[in-house]
Write a protein of this length. Structure first.
Length: 586
């Protein structure tokens, strides 16, 4: 290997270390690696930017817009309600797993999981089972469903983009089904049969893990100890188990209340907490019980309870609630924090946030609409709003989605043009405003994918892909083509759990194609096998975003994913290399 090869390996190792340690977001890590390779001179400007001109990021961005229209119009709501209407637990779970897998083959799995979490939690309560028995199976079902078509998951589109960048034709719409359909069929059966038996009972959701907070209204005494004091200075900040969620002055409500907000005599303060704790506030000097309001649930019509899950691309990772100025930044108060199956105790403001953390919030009723399309939170679930209903435009959204899927299937146009047409149609038909269409696109993911394709191209141009491929053939060639196919699958599975599926695909696909050429196999089939393996993220809550979405609501612990994930991963390890090596496909 030459000097560029060693530099590439060193840069990628630094990138992997940063991503595994969660010191940086995936987008920052991969873009940083690409910039380093360019600045050092390992790749030129054309190679560095080739991912940004690739069809995959553009296609994925357009699919985000189409999925946004599905989500905002509530087009899946009737399906969601019918799925959770079954009275039998076994039949209901089979229906949810099967249909959600089918839907996720043409609709991005993120909105499918987001729409089904709350109904499934309610259904599991009626069935007297824990949500932990059904939410991981939901996530895994959508991962299997995404393996069937090119547009089923962004991972397939990234793999197609890498193949295209290497001079091959991009994958066709149904080409992933060659290997993906038998894998998905077997996987869905395993999820239905093994899920309820292997997954633990973790009890209820996050807001059942702490008692439903109650509120008490107290008045600042004119001329008392708190008159003209700030919230912080008056000792009303960081109270044990009690949160100041609102201040009313002369009919105007302030919520949440900033720590430096000055108090005045006559201000009405609303605190939330457990009953025994909020009652103790009456003994605070300078406060008196409001004679007109008593203990009550927080149901003022203006504020709601929300659960927000921290995703892998959130800027909040590694920061504390206090350091980011959470109340001022998001206009929301954190009442409880859930991590790894347990409620975090102590001063929440000093806890450093991690991927998968679930925050129970009190905020105004518009909180979800403001933040649901941003990368700060992977999932925002309302805890006090009525169930969504499908709007009158829902059929139009479904029609656009069908058009995106059918036009390439009929050979009228390719997937890229179909996706662009679908995204444009959502705005022209009024399903989304231009701003909503823009907000539907997760730019951090798009940048990550474009940069990952560039890093993958660097693996090819520096000769690292060829060197690794030769090494795999030499080390595993004794087992024949099956041995090298197994090596490709194992490498992809490892990388996708440690870093991101986009980075794994971008780096492994060039290697897989070289391995196939050296061993006399079909390079395209090997590239497809590596791409599907990158979607098989069943071992951790951080390997794929839908796994992270169900982490908090299911009150899971990190190791819970292994219970069902290990059997599914073993199935992938056995079945996928056999099909790749023997050239078998549908």
């Amino acid at each position: 290997m030459n000097a560029d090869s060693w530099i590439f390996i060193a840069v990628v190792l630094v990138m992997f270390t940063a991503l595994v340690s969660r010191r940086v977001s995936p987008a920052v890590g991969v873009v940083g690696a690409l910039m380093a390779l360019f600045l050092i001179g390992v790749i030129d400007s054309d190679q560095a930017l080739q991912g940004f001109s690739n069809r995959a990021p553009v296609t994925i961005a357009c699919m985000y817009v189409v999925a946004g229209a599905i989500d905002r119009t509530g087009a899946l709501t009737p399906i969601v309600r019918s799925l959770t209407g079954a009275r039998s637990t076994a039949a209901g779970l089979a229906r949810v797993i099967g249909v959600s897998g089918i839907i996720s083959s043409i609709v991005a799995n993120t909105p499918v999981v987001a729409m089904l979490i709350n109904p499934l939690v309610g259904w599991s309560g009626r069935q007297r089972i824990s949500p932990s028995k059904v939410l991981i199976p939901l996530s895994y079902a959508t991962l299997f469903g995404g393996m069937i078509t090119l547009i089923g998951t962004s991972t397939n589109l990234v793999g197609s983009g890498v193949v295209s960048s290497l001079g091959e034709e991009p994958f066709g719409l149904l080409e992933p089904a060659k290997l993906g359909l038998p894998i998905a069929a077997l996987g869905l059966v395993m999820v239905v049969v093994l899920g309820p038996r292997l997954l633990p009972d973790r009890g209820g959701r996050i807001d059942e893990n702490v008692e439903r907070p109650f509120t008490v209204s107290l008045v600042v005494e004119p001329g008392g100890a708190l008159d003209d004091a700030t919230v912080q200075g008056g000792g009303l900040r960081n109270l044990p188990g009690v949160f100041l969620v609102g201040l009313e002055r002369e009919g105007e409500l302030t919520a949440p209340v900033h720590p430096e907000h000055a108090l005045r005599g006559g201000d009405q303060l609303t605190f939330a907490g457990q009953v025994d704790q909020v009652v103790e506030l009456e003994r605070t000097a300078g406060l008196k019980l409001d004679g007109h309001k008593h203990l009550m649930a927080l149901e003022d019509g203006e504020h709601s309870w929300f659960e927000a899950v921290i995703g892998a691309s959130s800027s909040l990772i590694g920061s504390t609630i206090k350091a980011v100025g959470f109340r001022g930044r998001y206009q929301a108060a954190v009442v409880a924090l859930h991590r790894s199956g347990e409620a975090v105790e102590g001063r929440l403001g000093d806890v450093r946030l991690q991927v998968g953390d679930s925050l129970l919030l009190v905020a105004d009723s518009q909180f979800r609409s403001r933040w649901k399309d941003r990368s700060d939170f992977l999932l925002i679930a309302s805890r006090s709003e009525p169930p969504p209903t499908a709007s009158k435009r829902a059929p139009l959204a479904l029609l656009v989605m069908a058009m995106v899927a059918v036009l390439p299937l009929l050979g009228v146009t390719d997937v890229l043009r179909s996706a662009v047409l679908g995204a444009a149609a959502t705005v022209v038909l009024g399903l989304l405003t231009p701003r909503q269409a823009r907000d539907s696109v997760d730019l951090s993911v798009i940048v990550l994918i474009a940069a990952a394709i560039g890093v993958g191209a660097a693996a090819e141009s520096t000769g690292v892909a060829t060197t690794i491929a030769d090494g795999l053939v030499s080390a595993l060639g004794w087992a024949g083509t099956w041995g090298v196919a197994l090596g490709v699958v194992l490498a992809t599975l490892t990388l996708t759990e440690l870093v991101t599926n986009a980075a794994a695909v971008a780096i492994v696909v060039p290697i897989a194609m070289r391995v196939a050429e050296d061993s006399g196999a079909d390079p395209r089939l090997f590239a497809l096998g590596a791409t599907l393996a990158a979607s098989a993220s069943f071992l951790t809550p951080i390997g794929y975003q839908t796994n992270t979405m169900v982490y908090g609501p299911g009150r899971y612990r990190f190791a819970d994913y292994l219970r069902l994930g290990v059997p599914l991963t073993l199935m992938i390890v056995v079945a996928l290399p056999l099909m790749m090596a023997n050239g078998w496909s549908l």
